[in-house]
Design a binder for this molecule. Structure first.
Ligand SMILES: [Zn+2]
Length: 170
């Protein structure tokens, strides 16, 4: 039909979603760097390399977040929700993402569920930049054969300490 509108106006939808004509892919990840885009799609499908997913596929002994301090946060499940909302390691990147999401959608962080965030194209640019500037959903730290290895934990701790020194030097 010539002249028929293709894009549904966002402000007229109570749900807050922008609907796209069937079959048209979200243009933002399609234009993004491939490695970042593939992480984005993995998060959307629930197959991102999170603690919970790796634990469910028997690739990790537990689903704890490997960035959160094990002494203060032991048993912090590394879910998508944790990584986009709560993970201490990425709080600056989360704040930047949520500020953009709010600007684009007029909807507060507290009102979002992660599944909806990842499904809403208006949020894609902010989510992709967040993924690009963090290690969220990239490869997990190695797990040794015997999953209780203390050497592993010590090494990870030393790395964290080095990061902190660098941050303070800036
Ligand atoms: Zn964490």
């Amino acid at each position: 039909m010539p002249g028929s509108p293709v894009v549904v106006r966002a402000e007229r939808l109570n749900t807050g979603y922008v609907l796209r004509e069937k079959g048209k892919p979200d243009p933002t990840p399609a234009r993004a760097e491939m490695r970042t885009a593939s992480r984005f799609y993995q998060f959307k499908s629930g197959h991102a390399l999170t603690g919970v997913y790796l634990n469910s596929t028997d690739n990790r002994p537990d689903d704890d977040c490997w960035w959160c301090n094990p002494e203060n946060n032991s048993g912090t499940h590394q879910t998508r929700d944790h990584l986009f909302n709560y993970c201490y390691k990425w709080k600056d990147q989360q704040a930047a993402m949520w500020a953009r999401v709010k600007e684009a959608t007029k909807k507060e962080k507290q009102k979002w569920r992660v599944g909806d965030l990842l499904a809403d194209e208006r949020c894609s640019p902010a989510v992709l930049d967040c993924l690009g500037s963090t290690h969220v959903g990239r490869t997990a730290p190695p797990v040794e054969e015997n999953w209780d290895s203390e050497g592993e934990a010590e090494e990870a701790g030393a790395e964290e300490a080095a990061d902190e020194v660098e941050e303070q030097a800036e």
